[in-house]
Unconditional design. Structure first.
Length: 95
């Protein structure tokens, strides 16, 4: 099991509504993928330009396949120039 936390910061408040809709569309497609157990989008309460994806994947290979899908490519193209920063952390559960 692989957990992922991805943080996206937008360049401008002006693009928040558009990018949020693109992220929500991405989530609908992603949740249907093989290996995706959880895919949740959160928005920061204090800075609406900041979003977090919390994801659970069965394997790293399924996450890699996800990153190569047409819907991820469509999201990247649609939001081109609107993202200030993107960071993705791959985490293991510590028990």
């Amino acid at each position: 099991m692989l957990k992922v936390i991805a943080k996206v910061i937008l360049k401008s408040e002006d693009s928040v509504d558009f990018v949020k809709q693109e992220m929500l569309k991405l989530g609908v497609e992603t949740r249907q993928e093989t290996g995706c157990e959880e895919y949740l989008l959160h928005q920061d309460r204090d800075d609406s330009r900041v979003f977090f994806f919390y994801e659970t994947w069965n394997s790293e290979s399924e996450l890699t396949a996800h990153l190569k899908t047409d819907h991820v490519a469509a999201y990247v193209e649609a939001t081109k120039g609107m993202i200030e920063s993107f960071a993705m952390n791959k985490l293991d559960i510590v028990e």
